[in-house]
Design a protein around this ligand. Structure first.
Ligand SMILES: Cc1cc2nc3c(=O)[nH]c(=O)nc-3n(C[C@H](O)[C@H](O)[C@H](O)COP(=O)(O)O)c2cc1C
Ligand code: SF4
Ligand code: SF4
Length: 277
């Protein structure tokens, strides 16, 4: 089969999963392409026998640039597809968002997969949670999922795939899926702190403007953040001079409440005995 994996990855976790899946699919004899979202075209999606779309989970849902890309796809006419994500334990509606976006273009979504990813959300409480994930076990699970799914689809695409996540098509309605529902981009801009520039550190290298998935940073000549920010913090996390920062004085206590260990167990993916740090 021709398999195409289109993905967004801002801190590298989802890319590791994509590379693991692609290597395993190629070993199993499937012609496999990986395409980063910024370079993806609608034709990339249409030309595959099996399309995979992967993303990090942001604010308990699929990030805005991925949902926007899915809206640009042409009618997919029953094309088989699967969805996958990396998340730090509170995936909410991320898979269901991807499935809904693909189904709206006519794709037949057959399965979903999630791997744990080290958290790069910059507030002190969450930053660095689940260090080293996805780890070797996570990547083995990703490889197995991809190969088993490709085999399943080539044999009987209409039968349900046993290895799929239960929340692939509809999230369990609870705290995190609710947060994901209300977290529109405008709400994120209102609730979460905006990255602020310390011009004395900035050397105007322009990396942040190139890396912003919303094309929201103008260099004048210092970076100026526009109105399309979705608070992904890619610019803040990746600036080589650490010239961008944000104040977590108000957000950090709220985040501690929302993503405590008990809530992550009840409403998220945290398994008994699994360590946060
Ligand atoms: C801005 C931001 C928001 C996030 N929100 C969530 C979330 O709501 N739920 C969750 O489980 N993980 C969340 N995460 C963690 C990421 O989903 C996780 O680190 C993911 O593996 C990142 O993938 P990437 O390295 O491919 O970008 C968030 C991370 C960032 C940076
Ligand atoms: S990446 Fe950092 S140093 Fe480079 S232009 Fe942006 S803020 Fe300045
Ligand atoms: S300006 Fe920074 S935080 Fe806002 S969308 Fe762009 S990279 Fe993300």
């Amino acid at each position: 089969m021709k398999v195409t994996l289109i993905y967004l990855s801002l801190s590298g976790n989802t890319r590791k999963v994509v590379e693991a899946m692609a290597a395993a699919l190629r070993e199993a004899g499937h012609e496999t392409r990986t395409v980063a979202l910024a370079a993806a075209t609608p034709e990339d999606a249409r030309s595959a026998d099996l399309l995979g779309v992967g993303t990090p989970c942001f604010a308990n849902r699929a990030p805005s640039p991925v949902r926007a890309f899915l809206r640009t796809l042409p009618p997919l006419g029953g094309q088989r597809a699967f969805v996958f994500a990396t998340s730090s334990g509170a995936p909410g509606r991320v898979l269901a968002d991807l499935s809904a976006g693909l189904q709206a273009r006519g794709a037949r979504v057959v399965a979903g997969f999630i791997a744990r990813g080290e958290d790069s959300y910059p507030c002190p409480y969450l930053h660095g949670m689940y260090p080293g994930r996805p780890d070797a076990n996570d990547l083995t699970a990703a490889r197995r999922f991809a190969v088993d799914l490709a085999e399943h689809v080539s044999v009987d695409p209409t039968a349900p795939f046993a290895g799929s996540r239960a929340d692939t098509f509809a999230p369990t309605e609870h705290l995190y899926s609710l947060v994901g529902r209300v977290c529109t981009d405008a709400m994120l801009r209102f609730l979460e702190p905006k990255p602020q520039l310390d011009a004395s550190r900035c050397d105007q290298c322009g990396w942040c403007a190139r890396a912003c998935p919303m094309d929201n940073i103008a260099l004048e000549p210092y970076p100026l953040l526009g109105a399309r920010c979705v608070r992904c913090y890619r610019c803040l996390n990746g600036c080589p001079k650490e010239a961008l920062d944000a104040s977590w004085r108000f957000a950090d206590p709220v985040i501690r409440l929302l993503y405590n260990r008990a809530f992550l167990r009840w409403f998220g993916d945290l398994r008994p005995g699994e360590r946060l740090r």
